[in-house]
Design a protein around this ligand. Structure first.
Ligand code: DGT
Ligand code: CA
Ligand code: CA
Ligand code: ZN
Length: 585
């Protein structure tokens, strides 16, 4: 197990022991041990264990060292397995209910014999929880509301939807006279495809009016916490948000810390420590007891000053790392070497290829879609309606597709729009890997997107072979939504990414980054390596209406998370180049 995985196990042990009512010193020892591991290098831990010196580390005693060693070498821990087995699963589930910690859960269990969430709900309904010492009506109500909202609470939220809530709040915060800077940090700022909660960081001098403004925003359903420099709320959609207020000189440090990711932060903290400095949400100061004289002299009593994140990174000899790259996946090494990529931006896009019209299952006509693309300043728009096998999506017969091609040619010839329209199709990949139209039909189009829309349950081997056969078709230009996943709703079909990417590269086929906020498929985690090996990307909104074209923004997030530059993306190229690329097919 890696050190972070071991740290997670130790934290969980601490919580479980607390649930069982163990001695608080014992539970705290596990939590402290987890923190020690987090701030260590993996190499350091490996060496300490190999040389049997782990128990000499401050904060790690004999018993803890033995357990860490067991997890490190075997990935298992008998003590942990037994502990888990000794606790009712319902009690562990209750930890997810807002307002309930291990101590309260233990009290409810011991005094009322409640072992499930349902049991807890009825104990609240008939007033037994309120009667317990230390509870009362208020907390009973809160627990009940927490249970009722648990589904919404527990769920993650689509980046697009979370952004729609966050954007007006950031703008509103910035407009307040007490506020000098405001930003939405966390996974939202990192452009992650789903968001757990929002994290607003605000620099202000007079904080009370800012907190008041925040908790009275429209859409706030419940104020879950409120302090002098902090507040948490839950919106109607179930999305929660934390607000943190800091003095202006702390803003860059707080913004960096709460942008995360946690993995990135741990590595940054280690880098600071290696320079005798301690990095936290509060600032960058000489590390206590281990700070070098130089760092102390430079840091002074109040530590290193940073007016923005660029200065914070510079203080650790790094270039500015874009938030999307802060996942602890090599970005710090690249920033140190001056080898960060110049990431693609929204403004680099000059069009997109996978879009639908009312001819199949779209909600706007060819002319409306073209007008919308022109309004976005796009040089070109590709129309790729469904093929005949997609009956429920009104897939086009050969005749209807031929008519659409003629319509597009006429539209281009009319000069009505500055945006050039390319003729395409989103052609079904049939269950054996053949395409839904014959070669003669496909030959009349500028380009062909191929996608799987049926027979999802094939084995990974069959699905991979099926997709590769479609990639090898000489008329195929690009592969649509590789896995068919719908985020938070449907897992994608199983495929072998390496084989599919290899086949695409070998056949000069593009793989799309489907920018629909519900898909973001192929996932960003595959792009960096794939692009390094020569795979070309197209960021396609898969728009089914004019407003859907703007979904390319979600695709840009994922492309950036995948370290892509505009050189990797076909629709960042000018019209003439794209025409040439399609002409060469
Ligand atoms: P989310 O909300 O689950 O989509 O993901 P994040 O990344 O927004 O996570 P969140 O809201 O729990 O915390 C915001 C950031 O705060 C996170 O990205 C890094 C930082 N942070 C939170 N807890 C820890 C921690 O235990 N250790 C470190 N190093 N950083 C943390
Ligand atoms: Ca968050
Ligand atoms: Ca948070
Ligand atoms: Zn599709």
């Amino acid at each position: 197990m890696t050190k972070n995985e071991i740290a997670d196990v130790l934290t969980e042990i601490g919580t479980l022991l607390e649930l069982k009512g163990e001695n608080p010193f014992k539970t705290r020892a596990y939590q402290a041990g987890a923190r020690v591991l987090e701030s260590m290098e993996q190499d350091e831990l490996d060496t300490l264990i190999r040389e049997e010196r782990l128990k000499s580390v401050k904060g790690i005693g004999d018993a803890l060292a033995q357990k860490i060693g067991e997890l490190h070498s075997t990935g298992r821990l008998e003590f942990f397995d037994k502990l888990k087995a000794s606790i009712e699963p319902g009690l562990v589930e209750m930890l997810d209910v807002p307002g309930l910690g291990p101590k309260k859960i233990k009290a409810i269990h011991d005094q009322l014999g409640v072992t499930t969430i349902e049991g807890l709900a009825s104990a609240c309904t008939d007033g037994r929880v309120a009667a317990l010492a230390g509870f009362g009506e208020k907390s009973q109500e809160k627990i009940l509301a927490g249970i009722r909202n648990r589904e919404a609470y527990g769920k993650r939220h689509m980046w697009w939807e979370a952004g729609a809530i966050a954007t007006p709040i950031v703008a509103g915060l910035r407009a307040l006279p007490q506020v000098s800077q405001a930003e939405a940090a966390g996974s939202l700022r990192r452009g992650l495809e789903t968001v757990g909660d929002l994290d607003f960081i605000v620099a202000a001098v007079d904080v009370a009016p800012v907190v008041e403004w925040f908790v009275t925003q429209p859409g706030v359903q419940e104020i879950t916490a409120r302090g002098e420099t902090k507040a948490s709320v839950r919106f109607v959609s179930g999305l929660q948000a934390d607000l943190r207020l800091v003095p202006p000189e702390q803003f860059a440090f707080a913004l960096h810390h709460f942008t995360g990711s946690k993995d990135h932060n741990v590595l940054m903290r280690q880098r600071a420590l290696a320079r005798g400095l301690s990095l936290s949400e509060w600032g960058l100061v000489p590390a206590e007891g281990e700070g070098t004289a130089k760092a102390k002299a430079e840091g002074g009593a109040h530590g290193v000053k940073a007016k923005d994140e660029t200065a914070l990174f510079a203080a650790l000899d790094l270039r500015f790392i874009p938030p999307e790259l802060r996942e602890g996946l090599g970005e710090i090494e690249a920033a140190e070497a001056g080898e960060l990529p110049r990431l693609i931006e929204l403004a680099d896009l000059r069009g997109a290829f996978h879009n639908h019209t009312t001819a199949s299952d779209g909600r706007n006509t060819l002319v409306e879609m073209t007008a919308a693309a022109e309004a976005l300043g796009w040089e070109y728009l590709g129309i790729a309606d469904h093929s005949k096998s997609s009956v429920q999506a009104k897939g086009l017969s050969e005749e209807r597709l031929a008519a659409q091609v003629a319509e597009i040619h006429a539209l281009n010839a009319s000069g009505r729009f500055k945006t050039h329209v390319f003729t395409g199709t989103e052609c079904d990949i049939l269950s054996d890997g053949r395409l839904d139209y014959d070669d003669a039909m496909l030959a009349t189009l500028d380009y062909v997107v191929v996608s799987v829309h049926a027979a999802f349950t094939q084995s990974s081997a069959d699905m991979t072979a099926r997709i590769i056969r479609a990639i090898e078709n000489p008329y195929t230009t690009m592969l649509g939504h590789v896995t068919g996943r719908l985020l938070l709703r449907r897992e994608g079909y199983q495929v072998d990414f390496t084989q599919i990417i290899d086949a695409a590269i070998a056949n000069d086929v593009i793989i799309e980054l489907n920018a629909s906020p519900w898909r973001l498929d192929m996932d960003w985690r595959h792009w960096r390596k794939a692009a390094e090996r020569g795979l070309l990307c197209a960021i396609n909104p898969d728009a089914h209406e004019t407003s859907g074209l703007e979904h390319v923004r979600a695709g840009i997030n994922s492309a950036r998370k995948g370290w892509l530059t505009r050189e990797h993306v076909l629709n960042a190229r000018p019209l003439a180049e794209v025409k040439r690329a399609f002409g060469a097919r």
